[in-house]
Design a protein around this ligand. Structure first.
Ligand code: PMP
Ligand code: GLN
Length: 387
């Protein structure tokens, strides 16, 4: 018997990351599309996880996360962002940032509420808003006169906020453009939301991958913003372990209460031995994440150096492990079609930017992941330089 299913997400297909990684796999292309490192997590960390796997840490963890991991996160938050957070009432460990973002959105968005996202916007935000009954409003980032730098269009953001705006989602360091927040940006944001009821959801999964000596300016570091913000982060990027799906949400106690009401029924608790292993490693090796900017800056510079003689236009990215390349001098084709064509014909897979935008203002740009070993980057660049 055939039944018609009324989709709750009629406009949603399969995520671009799955589409492009599958195409790279099927065609044998070098996969610089979906963002994941080609190298392993640190041995000191995997040793600790193995230890806990074999020493009895295999039953349910407490719903908010094991105390040792929440303590280690509180310590890291104090050191990295100068914010003292309460271990019991302000930190919740979740199943990757994806679950944190989803739970946060379900926790605070009511049917009919408006939620503002900044395009290009990471693709998990809008479906989560739709499932909460919310309405997504897209505010495009502004492209600077140099054609490379992206930043918030403050006037447009201000004009989009109204009495129905419940939440603004920000993501700095920004995937896919690499844009970061300046101190003035934090002040602007504080000023714009000051007389509103808007909450903020800050996706900071690339918090430890910022280059050229710049700090990451977390919303946690700002006294006024902190009071209305849910910050979501992930150990996937920080420990070269995107497959572990381990993240956390930090937010003031009243918001944590609401966050946990959803989290406990989305996932309940997160893998116990992983939490113990990460807690141990955060305490024993804080230098690991402190050294990440230098580690990835070397990768960025190597990749960009290899592309110097190509026909792509670009500016080395300020953050994340993604480099945007402007292909305007090479082709007039749309980015999605071209990303697929080059995966098949050149053997390098990338991510088109237009899929993250309501209106494709980003033009002829593709995103390439440089979290790869040097030999992979060199072969990919050799292929790209032929274009
Ligand atoms: N937000 C952004 C901006 C991301 O790039 C990613 C994926 N890397 C996530 C959220 C999801 O993180 P996780 O894999 O920890 O769920
Ligand atoms: N965040 C990763 C990226 O931007 C992909 C995560 C996923 O595949 N869902 O490439």
């Amino acid at each position: 018997m055939s039944r018609s299913i009324s989709s709750k997400l009629p406009d949603v297909g399969t995520t671009i990351f799955t589409v492009m990684s599958q195409l790279a796999h099927d065609t044998g292309a070098i996969n610089l599309s979906q963002g994941f490192p080609s190298f392993e997590p640190p041995e000191g960390l995997t040793d600790r996880i193995t230890y806990h796997l074999t020493h009895g840490a295999n039953q349910y963890a407490p719903m908010p996360g094991i105390p040792a991991l929440r303590e280690a996160i509180a310590e890291k938050t104090q050191r990295s962002h100068g914010r003292s957070v309460d271990v019991d009432t302000e930190i919740t460990v979740c199943t990757g940032a994806t679950e944190g973002l989803f739970s946060a959105i379900q926790a605070v968005v009511h049917a009919g509420d408006e939620v503002i996202v900044l395009d290009p916007a990471y693709d998990s935000y809008e479906p989560a808003i739709t499932l909460a009954g919310g309405i997504t409003r897209h505010v495009p980032l502004q492209i600077a006169a140099n054609g490379h730098d992206f930043g918030i269009d403050w006037q447009c953001l201000k004009d989009t906020i109204n009495a129905n705006t419940r939440l603004i989602i920000v993501n700095f360091p920004h995937n896919p453009t690499g844009a970061i927040m300046s101190a003035a940006d934090l002040e602007q944001l504080a000023e714009i939301v000051r007389d509103t009821n808007c909450l903020l959801l800050s996706d900071e999964v690339y918090e430890h991958i910022v280059f050229d000596g710049e700090p990451h300016r977390s919303l946690l570091s700002h006294d006024e913003l902190w009071e209305r913000t849910l910050v979501v982060a992930s150990f996937g990027k920080t420990f070269h372990a995107t497959g572990w799906k381990l993240g956390y949400c930090i937010t003031p106690a009243p918001l944590t209460v609401e966050f946990r009401k959803v989290h406990q029924f989305t996932t309940f608790a997160v893998s116990t031995p992983m939490q113990h292993g990460v807690a141990d490693f955060l305490v024993s090796d804080p230098d690991f994440y402190a050294d990440l900017p230098a580690f990835y800056q070397q990768k960025r510079d190597h990749f960009c150096g290899l592309l110097e003689g190509s026909r792509f236009r670009f500016k080395p990215t300020p953050s994340t492990f993604f480099q945007i390349l402007d292909y305007g001098e090479i082709s007039d084709d749309k980015d999605l079609a071209l990303a697929k064509q080059w995966t098949r014909e050149i053997g390098v897979a990338s991510i088109p930017l237009s899929v993250f935008c309501e209106t494709p203002f980003t033009g002829k740009r593709l995103r390439f992941c440089f979290a790869k070993d040097d030999a992979t980057l060199e072969e990919a660049a050799r292929r790209l330089c032929v274009l």
